[in-house]
Design a protein around this ligand. Sequence first.
Ligand SMILES: O=C(O)c1ccc[n+]([C@@H]2O[C@H](COP(=O)([O-])O)[C@@H](O)[C@H]2O)c1
Ligand SMILES: Cc1cc2nc[nH]c2cc1C
Length: 339
Amino acid sequence: MITPPSPTARDAARDRLAGLAIPAGALGRLGEVAVWWSSVRGETTPAPPSHVRAVVFAGDHGVASHGVSAYPAAITGAMVRAFVSGVAGVSVLARQHDVTLRVLDLGVDGDFPDLDPALGEFKVRRGTEPIHLADAMTADETRRAIDAGRRIAEQEIAAGADLLIGGDMGIGNTTPAVALIAAALGLPADEVVGRGTGIDDAGLALKTDVVATALERAGDRVSDPVELLTAIGSPDLAAHAAFIAAAAEAGVPVLLDGVISVAAATVAERLSPGATAWMAAGHRSTEKAQWRALEALGLSPLVDVDMRLGEGSGAVAAVPLLRSAALLLSQMALLDELM
Ligand SMILES: O=C(O)c1ccc[n+]([C@@H]2O[C@H](COP(=O)([O-])O)[C@@H](O)[C@H]2O)c1
Ligand SMILES: Cc1cc2nc[nH]c2cc1C
């Protein structure tokens, strides 16, 4: 069940924004996100987010060995190690912007016996089935992944998060992500498929076929979000979607990242209708499915710099803008006070 963010705080913040010593609308999307931040914090002029926590959901995808990615699946595990060592792209941004980063292995096709066992605490399976040929996972695995995502959100909230970010790592994961978006928006494969890590035209045609076949294979099951995750999702995507839904249910705001995070958000909205009110869009990815889904959710991204890294990086890059927006709304003079 979703309780909407405070309409009183939202209206008061909107009034204050309209009265600031700026030409009307001059803060652009910073003004919009400041009003959203007030509504989700339930105060007219809340402090900027100071306990931002990001979780990277890692997993492998059976389609990765079917020509849909520019990189081999072995990169997933190598990057998990990079997150643990603090040297991945999002690790750098998280340090810079004082964001706590946690990586979890939900479905990597490999193990990490030399790393902290907490990394695999929520592991559901090793990789998924290729979604154009078979269900990604079993119904029981989907339930376990959803339960994991909810528990992860609870843990992050208990640790004091005032803003949550879901990141992703998984070679091949843009294929199920865009398939989930196609299912949610009722779009055909060719209107959602993008180049992911950088596939060429032949790869793009193949990936479009894979997504179209996966959607066809899923059939009517696309109308149920849980069955949809079983058919064409993955443990990492299911946990990510449940993480967002649980955050919204608990009244904790979420800043969205690229195409995988936004795909998870479309499923979260279906798991918990109204969840979108607790979300803001961190950035605009180069993946067209991401913009289409953001548009369908009614969200406008803060940062637009052609990023397509995933990992939660675009959302973390937007954190300073959200902080600026909150400070502008609370610290600027009103025009009336100056006259
Ligand atoms: O966030 C995005 O919009 C995004 C767009 C393209 C690629 N990625 C990242 O690249 C990987 C998936 O790309 P691919 O081509 O292997 O499906 C995965 O690890 C994602 O984090 C992420
Ligand atoms: C190197 C590399 C790093 C990534 N981080 C997220 N997705 C990625 C994909 C690749 C290939």
